[in-house]
Design a protein around this ligand. Structure first.
Ligand SMILES: Nc1ncnc2c1ncn2[C@@H]1O[C@H](COP(=O)(O)OP(=O)(O)O)[C@@H](O)[C@H]1O
Ligand SMILES: N[C@@H](CCOP(=O)(O)O)C(=O)O
Length: 336
């Protein structure tokens, strides 16, 4: 479940009224997600029915949210299918409900594809590249708050909860990522606003067609390659069966990479650092899952994901990443 804050009907109705979205007719808590309180809201305006998503932010504060909400607005304005946030009469897109920050965004059609095919991965790869290009003239900047600085702060916090082999993996990977971040090749990576959490459950499809990317609340300015690596580690690995969980799925990875590069070919620096970024993306989500698992801020408020899946992903990427990336990038279709 993901309704941490119960929103009274009257409060939601008053907010919709203020946003000129009509009269609230239905308010349904959404069972899904782990970070925020989400409701589907239905309203009537000028004889038509409208659907939106009302989010109350449980972790993020009033300082960080403008970046995410304005990025969504910017991308939607540039033709990327992203839920646009509703503004009040003064143009403000961040609102307040029960003392917490809140937003109302367009409801996307369709559902998530948890077992994607090559077609789904092609659609996501192409749209991700379009998103990166569309973000180039976004005026605001905010670091990826789950980036290297957070990894360095958080590794010592989770360390006491781990077994020796896990400690070793975490420490050596952090050292590797600190080294990579200091190299000229890393400095040469193109960057801009990135989603940074574009997992299968943050993309909608309807009848096989991509209808949108959502949940931008881990977005930030970072390398485009890191964003692509986050996607590859979720959309192109095995899930579920413990015997193969976390294994690379070459056909799915190839589909995403090829489609991405048709829109924006990777630079030489990006091609050389794909293995390192696949590891970085594995580390990022293993670490956040460990942190949620072992150090819940409030047990009643969090539904942590299983960290072991990303431990497997990281171990696999750390041992195979170089060969894997070389194979992927040597495909004739991708040769520069
Ligand atoms: N804009 C949207 N359009 C349609 N459904 C949405 C939208 N935003 C959220 N949802 C639904 O709410 C669920 C939880 O949202 P999510 O952003 O993943 O929550 P959290 O940030 O708490 O992890 C999603 O799985 C999806 O079903
Ligand atoms: N995608 C992350 C967790 C973030 O949760 P979300 O529901 O907001 O996408 C993970 O799988 O660890």
């Amino acid at each position: 479940m993901a309704v941490y804050t119960e929103i009274p009907f009257a409060d939601a109705a008053a907010l919709l009224e203020r946003l000129n979205l009509g009269t609230l007719t239905d308010l349904r808590g959404i069972q899904g997600g782990i970070e925020n309180t989400n409701y589907f809201v239905t309203s009537e305006k000028d004889g038509a029915t409208h659907e939106h998503v009302l989010t109350v932010f449980e972790r993020l504060g009033f300082d960080q949210l403008p970046y995410y909400l304005h990025l969504m607005k910017h991308l939607a304005g540039h033709g990327i299918p992203v839920p646009a946030p509703a503004a009040d009469a003064s143009g403000e897109v961040m609102h307040r409900l029960l003392g917490k920050p809140a937003a109302v965004v367009d409801k996307l059609r369709g559902h998530s594809e948890l077992v994607p095919t090559v077609r789904h991965n092609e659609a996501v790869g192409a749209m991700l590249a379009r998103l990166h290009l569309a973000g180039r003239d976004f005026a605001m900047s905010q670091p990826n708050l789950r980036g290297l600085a957070w990894w360095n702060d958080t590794v010592p916090v989770v360390m006491p909860h781990l077994e020796d082999s896990q400690r070793q993996l975490l420490q050596s990977e952090l050292a590797h990522q600190n080294h990579i971040a200091s190299t000229p090749a890393y400095a040469a990576l193109p960057r801009g606003p990135v989603h940074a959490d574009l997992f299968r459950d943050n993309v909608m499809f309807e009848d096989g067609t991509l209808t949108g990317f959502f949940d931008f609340y881990f977005a930030g300015n970072d390398t485009w390659l890191f964003d692509l690596a986050v996607c590859l580690n979720d959309w192109a690995v095995s899930h579920g069966d413990p015997a193969i969980d976390g294994e690379h799925q070459p056909e799915l990875a190839q589909a995403m990479l090829t489609a991405y590069q048709r829109v924006r070919p990777l630079s030489a620096a990006e091609r050389s650092l794909l293995p390192a970024m696949l590891r970085a993306a594995g580390l990022r989500f293993w670490l956040s899952r460990l942190w949620d698992w072992h150090l819940p801020r409030d047990a009643a408020m969090l539904q942590p994901h299983d960290p072991t899946h990303f431990e497997r992903v990281l171990r696999a990427r750390a041992t195979e990443a170089r060969n894997l990336a070389i194979t992927l990038l040597e495909e004739p279709a991708l040769a520069a």
